[in-house]
Design a protein around this ligand. Structure first.
Ligand code: IMP
Ligand code: MG
Length: 180
């Protein structure tokens, strides 16, 4: 199915589905009898978010936010810019930020600080992927799907220059594509 821009499939559809179900069950247990506001960070988390939301069995609200830390290419510029804010207030709510990947940690540290200032009842981070070796700021996710090596990945929501988000698996991009 994939062309030469894909080096290999890193995480299969089945492995993703199994892990998403586990994360959903864990969140459902942790927030049993509570309401949760599940926040999707656009655009990278959209596919994971849609699957995760349907694996959670509590009262749930969905909201969307978009910040950007990346220019074109494969490494962060260190700057974070608000593109689209949440639609509803989160004061007093249990908020879970859903992200595609924790890389340098810059984006999520910014988002966490921003949303904490709005005084939610609780604030947790759920990320499909984590690349701990790439941290520039100290940051830990509360729910993490998979820890991965320092390789640039695409698919299941993750992009390279806005392409390849629709691939159903998490794949490693060929180093020839980005010169890495
Ligand atoms: P951070 O601020 O460096 O942690 O960057 C997080 C954002 O960078 C993620 O939300 C992704 O959009 C993007 N990113 C980091 N690593 C990758 C990758 O391997 N593939 C695709 N996007 C990535
Ligand atoms: Mg992103």
């Amino acid at each position: 199915m994939y062309g030469k821009e894909i080096k290999k499939v890193l995480i299969s559809k089945d492995a993703i589905a199994k892990r998403v179900a586990e994360l959903g069950a864990e969140i459902s247990r942790d927030f049993k009898d509570e309401s949760v506001t599940l926040v999707c960070t656009l655009r990278g988390a959209c596919v994971f978010y849609a699957d995760l939301a349907r694996a959670i069995d509590t009262d749930l609200e969905m909201d969307f936010i978009s910040v950007s830390s990346y220019g074109a290419g494969t490494s962060t510029t260190g700057e974070v810019k608000m593109i689209k804010d949440l639609s509803s207030p989160i004061q007093g709510k249990n908020v879970i930020i859903v992200e595609d990947i924790i890389d340098s940690g810059v984006t999520l540290s910014y988002l966490k600080k921003l949303l904490e200032a709005r005084e939610p009842k609780s604030l947790k981070i759920c990320s499909l992927l984590d690349k701990p070796s790439r941290r520039k700021v100290d940051f830990k996710g509360d729910y993490v799907g998979f820890e991965i090596e320092n390789e640039y990945v695409v698919g299941y929501g993750l992009d390279y220059n806005q392409k390849m988000r629709h691939l159903p698996e998490v794949c490693v991009l060929s180093p020839e594509v980005y010169g890495g």
